[in-house]
Structure formats: structure tokens, C-alpha cells
Write a new protein. Structure first.
Length: 643
């Protein structure tokens, strides 16, 4: 199952300038390069969010100290008002709005983000259901080969926007910008993830940091977004409410204001009570100002509005004034949950840390909700394999282990993914050979107690999934992988062990490919150009340091099993969200391109037939893969050069 942890999976960090309702009204100012304040009358709104996707890192916690927009004349505008701690590995298949600041009108041609690794916590999957915490001294600065740990030196990434596509912000309007930080391409693991196992010693693991950015004018509107903040006001007539943005672990202050649209189907979970539509908005209006809220929803590029699908408020939101843990339940005994590799939130210090194993106590007083669902839930709904966010009182036991008492707290059950190979179906029950649950190997779980009797406990080799009648199973093939999204069934209620909301067939899953060329020299002629394609020859793949591909849980070593025709990359005309970037290792500057054709032309110019000293160190690509022609239709392409 090492393929589940493919090091070179293409991971995205989108810093997407989304739209807020309203625009440039009010008196909110923005700090410019001189430190002065620009009045709102000459500003527009820039809403910035962060996103990522799963990979080899269980946790990747660093401080984001600055996000800047830069004009062609050198003017710099800071959009992040305070240092914000971010776990990039937790931002999977969603975005988190980090700022909704007013910025001066104008044309912006580049952007920059500064990361502080002085207190970085990087946790790697060990491939055996466990984890490895990378020592601080083993986090290396990739800009200068052989340098010690990044330590207290902030890393600033500067990105030039695509030619002819600057970010234009007009007075009183909202502008959109999407920046992608490729976590896999930005970090080189040694040994490679495929070689890390349960006996690997932490002191022997290093992470070399070579941050890489890309950008596009429009954000990826297909991803759900999170918006956290303190309640400001409710506008029933407009079916909306406004919050002070407070991302991630912040419990005070404001990163700007944003309005959230609601609909007749928006689900509200307010202090443990469920409601929908206007009734939910009325209940929200009765909540005290500055109460913590979390909205999950989508951004509409055309109307430039954020619309909530689900809104969590007060005690329905884990971490609302309490400590908390985000993790996967790997075992349960009575009312004690064991959460593995949990991200522990310390509200007093507004920071997060890693808990290899955290014991959590739940009970009748624990307020339980399920993401996106209306209903009455309790602690019995929390079972083995479920991804959960729990809040309560944090403490440390006599052995130095972290524990959380959530008996008077809250638990939020998140949609959980599983991979398995299809075995059979009977009625609305599908049986799978479980390959991974919430990204973890079956061996990580103790399924005792999950069944209605000991004989009914969940079994990995015959894991049962309940599916709704409307979910078509026609494309499933015995022995082939399938991915379900949903919730683990109640503890003590299996079978089925899992209740599905949706499924993804293997054939509909994009390939994720990562290739590293002989470091540190790289390869100055890795591609042949022509016919609208970039082609990596078979011999070139065989001579790489690493060349890995993953399609769902199935991985292929392209170095040992190089396609006879080589690997071809071409444009994907059907892509809904794309990113193309060439990163320069020594300068930490990146150039973003509007299309596959543009980046192909730039690479051909930088690599003139192998006669240049410029070389490709690595690249990552994702998109639909045609095995018959060994061709990837590219959604994202990140290339790192040695200059």
C-alpha cells in the first residue's frame, strides 16, 4: 500500500481570491508598502483562501507570516494581518478562507507568500499505520545544497502571474486570484516515501524544502470551502450573515469581514440544535455577537458570492472556546476513543501540535453533528475509522500522553473516504476488500466492538458498505478499486460497517505522477517537444532518481516499469481547474502560465536541445491517464529548474 502514500502526488495549496458580498463599503483600510492606510473608497475586496490535497505528509504545520500582492511599479500590499499557523496536510479537498481584506485598486502582476519553519512540525506516514516526526534539524533549505535546517529563516516565494493576465482590482469590486502551492513538488523526502516503513528511524528522515507556486485568475470553484469567524450580523432580508474572518486556530481579532449567503436548504447546527433555511437564519440572529461560526460551502465565480451548505455555530463547532483534536478513530473501548496522528488544538495559545495517539472521552453530554446532515446524533455515532473533530478539556497524563475530555464538549463527524477492491453486492450492501480507510491501512484499526455482535465486527477483507438506492453500481468490476465517501456506521451496529454518500470508480480517478531527476545536477533535456505534447522517453524514465504514478490506491514505479512509448503530456481540454508553473530553485521565484501550450513553449526555450546549463530537477503532473498510449491529459504541471 505504499502507493497510497505516493510522494509525488500533486498537492495543491490554493490561495484563491474569492468574492465577498458587498464590496468596498465601510471604513476598513488596508496597509500598503509604506505602512499607511488606504481608505475603503479607493479599494476593492480580495478574499484569500488556502487548500491542499492528500499525500505522504500526515501533518505539515508551518506559520504563514505574509501574503502580499505586488504591482508592476513595485508597490506592495499586505493581505494577511497576522501570522497564521496552517497545517497544509489537513486541507484536503477543500479551501479555508484566510483573509477578506480591502486592498487598493490597481493592477497586480505578482504575489508572494512567506513561510516560517522555525516551529515547523512535519509528520510523515510510515506506511505501516504509524507516523514519523521529522526532526527539526532534518528540515533542510533546498535553495542552497547542503545547508542546515531552515530554522529561523523565513522562506518567501514570489510568483509572476501569467503574461497578459494580471490581477485587476477596481474600486468597490471583488477580484479573484488562485495561487497553488505544490506540497509534494515543494518537498523532497529522503528516503523516498516508497522506502519508508515501520522500522525507519526518524533521525534518518529528511525533508528538503523547495517551495513552488502557480497561479490562475479564477479559483477552483469545484472545491468546497470553509469559512470560520465571529458573528457580526444577520440580514434576514438578504438571506445572509456577516462574520469577522478568523482562520484555523485563531480565537480573536479579524482578518476582514465577509458576507455568507444562505438558501432554503442550508443546514444550521446551532448550539446542538438543527434547523434549515430561514428558520436557521432566525435562530442565528438570536445568537450573541462574536460567537464562533464555521460555514462550509462553495464559491460562484459568476455571481462572486460564497454560499453556505452547512453552518456550525457555538457549541456545535468543535474548538469553540475549547481545546480540540482532529484525527481518525482507530479504536474504541466504551466511551474512550483512540485518535491516531491527531492534530491537537491548544486554544489558550492559539496553536496546534501533533499527538501520535490521543485518548478522547465522550459521553451522553457530548454534542454530536455530522457534516452536511440534519438529524439527532450522539456519541454512539462515533466508530472506528471515522474522521472526527472533537472539542473539550485538554490534559496530559502521568506518562506525558495527551488526553481530551469531551464528555461535555462537541464532536463533528466529517465525510470520510475509503478505498477498496470490489468483491460483491447484494441489495444495497457492497462488500469490499478494504485497502485504506481515511487514508490509513486496515492494519491501523482495531475493529473490535464495531459489530452488533463479536461475529459481526468489521473485517478488512470483507468490509461492508451500505449504499443509497440512487447510487449506481453498474460500473464496478470484481477485483478493481473503488472509492466511497461517507460516514462509518454507529459503533456496535455493523453490518454495514460504512454508510456511503457517493462513490468514485477507479476509471474516473486522475493519475498523479512525480518524477525526480538525478539531484542535484538534474536533466537538461528530459522532454522532446512536438505535436502539442511533452514526451519523456523510456530511457529517461529509467535513469531518474524516482518516477512514481498513483491512480487511486494503485501505484506504479515508472522507473522500473517505464512505458515502452515513454510518458506523454498533453493539454486537457475538459479540465475545470488548471495550474502551470516553472519554479526556480535558487531564487525561489516562479513563473505561472495560462495554458499547457504556454508552459511547453517556455520549457522548450529554457532547454534548447540539451545545450543549456539549466536543468529540470523534478516535475509533478496530474490528470486523466490513458494507459493504452501512456498519455496524461494535464490538469496541473509543476516543473522545478535548478537555476
Amino acid at each position: 500500500m505504499k502507493s497510497m502514500r505516493l510522494r509525488n502526488a500533486i498537492l495543491g495549496l490554493s490561495l484563491a481570491a474569492l468574492a465577498a458580498c458587498g464590496g468596498g463599503g465601510g471604513s476598513t483600510g488596508a496597509s500598503g508598502a509604506s505602512g499607511g492606510t488606504v481608505q475603503a473608497a479607493s479599494t476593492g475586496t480580495a478574499v484569500v483562501s488556502l487548500t491542499d490535497a492528500p499525500g505522504d505528509f500526515l501533518h505539515y504545520v508551518v506559520n504563514v507570516t505574509s501574503i502580499q500582492l505586488r504591482k508592476g511599479d513595485g508597490t506592495v500590499v499586505e493581505t494577511l494581518p497576522a501570522t497564521t499557523q496552517v497545517d497544509f496536510a489537513q486541507l484536503v479537498n477543500l479551501s479555508e478562507i484566510i483573509s477578506a481584506q480591502q486592498v487598493p485598486s490597481g493592477t497586480y502582476t505578482s504575489a508572494a507568500i512567506t513561510l516560517d519553519y522555525s516551529a515547523a512540525q512535519i509528520i510523515v506516514d510510515n506506511g505501516a499505520g504509524g507516523s514519523i516526526a521529522v526532526p527539526a534539524a532534518n528540515i533542510l533549505n533546498g535553495a542552497v545544497s547542503g545547508t542546515p535546517a531552515v530554522g529561523n529563516t523565513p522562506v518567501t516565494l514570489t510568483l509572476t502571474l501569467p503574461a497578459g493576465q494580471p490581477l485587476v482590482i477596481n474600486k468597490g469590486t471583488v477580484a479573484n486570484l488562485a495561487l497553488d502551492f505544490s506540497l509534494a513538488v515543494s518537498n523532497s523526502l529522503s528516503p523516498a516515501a516508497a522506502s519508508i516503513n515501520g522500522s525507519t528511524v526518524a533521525a534518518n528522515v529528511t525533508v528538503t524544502v523547495n517551495p513552488t507556486l502557480s497561479a490562475s485568475i479564477a479559483p477552483d470553484a469545484t472545491k468546497a470551502m470553509n469559512l470560520r469567524g465571529g458573528l457580526v450580523s444577520v440580514d434576514a432580508a438578504a438571506s445572509s450573515y456577516t462574520v469577522h474572518v478568523r482562520p484555523f486556530f485563531r480565537k480573536s481579532g479579524s482578518h476582514g469581514d465577509i458576507a455568507v449567503k444562505t438558501t432554503s436548504t442550508t443546514v444550521f447546527q446551532i448550539n446542538g440544535a438543527s434547523s434549515t433555511g430561514s428558520a436557521g437564519l432566525t435562530a442565528l440572529a438570536a445568537v450573541a455577537a462574536d460567537t464562533v461560526t464555521l460555514a462550509t460551502g462553495t464559491f460562484d465565480v459568476a455571481t462572486k458570492t460564497f454560499t453556505a451548505d452547512t453552518v456550525y455555530v457555538g457549541t456545535s463547532l468543535p474548538g469553540s472556546g475549547l481545546d480540540g483534536v482532529d484525527g481518525t478513530v482507530v479504536a474504541r473501548s466504551g466511551n474512550t476513543l483512540t485518535l491516531a496522528s491527531g492534530l491537537v488544538f491548544d486554544r489558550a495559545h492559539e496553536q496546534a501540535s501533533f499527538g501520535k495517539s490521543v485518548a478522547v472521552t465522550v459521553g451522553a453530554g457530548t454534542k454530536v453533528s455530522k457534516a452536511g446532515l440534519v438529524g439527532s446524533f450522539d456519541a454512539g455515532d462515533i466508530s472506528v475509522g471515522q474522521h472526527v473533530q472533537v472539542s473539550g478539556a485538554l490534559s496530559t497524563d502521568a506518562n506525558g500522553n495527551k488526553t481530551l475530555d469531551a464528555s461535555a464538549g462537541a464532536a463533528r463527524l466529517l465525510v470520510t473516504p475509503l478505498w477498496g477492491t470490489y468483491v460483491s453486492a447484494a441489495g444495497n450492501i457492497v462488500t469490499l476488500d478494504l485497502q485504506a480507510l481515511d487514508g490509513r491501512l486496515p492494519s491501523a484499526y482495531a475493529f473490535a466492538g464495531t459489530g452488533s455482535s463479536p461475529a459481526s465486527d468489521a473485517v478488512a477483507s470483507a468490509y461492508t458498505v451500505g449504499v443509497p438506492q440512487a447510487l449506481s453500481l453498474g460500473g464496478l468490476v470484481v477485483g478493481k478499486p473503488v472509492r466511497f465517501f461517507g460516514f462509518v456506521n454507529r459503533f456496535g451496529a455493523a453490518p454495514p460497517a460504512f454508510s456511503a454518500l457517493s462513490l468514485v470508480n477507479y476509471a474516473a480517478t486522475d493519475a498523479k505522477i512525480g518524477i525526480e531527476f538525478n539531484r542535484p545536477a538534474g536533466n537538461n533535456a528530459p522532454f522532446t517537444f512536438g505535436g502539442g505534447k511533452l514526451v519523456v522517453a523510456t530511457a529517461t524514465l529509467q535513469a531518474t532518481d524516482h518516477a512514481r504514478m498513483a491512480i487511486g490506491p494503485v501505484g506504479t514505479d515508472l522507473k522500473a516499469n517505464a512505458p515502452v512509448a515513454g510518458l506523454s503530456l498533453q493539454a486537457n481540454a475538459s479540465a475545470t481547474a488548471t495550474g502551470f508553473v516553472i519554479a526556480h530553485r535558487k531564487t525561489r521565484k516562479s513563473d505561472s502560465y495560462a495554458s499547457f501550450a504556454d508552459i511547453a513553449a517556455a520549457l522548450q526555450a529554457a532547454l534548447p536541445g540539451g545545450t543549456s546549463t539549466t536543468a529540470v530537477m523534478e516535475f509533478g503532473v496530474d490528470g486523466p491517464y490513458d494507459a493504452t498510449t501512456s498519455t496524461v491529459s494535464v490538469n496541473h504541471l509543476f516543473v522545478v529548474l535548478n537555476d
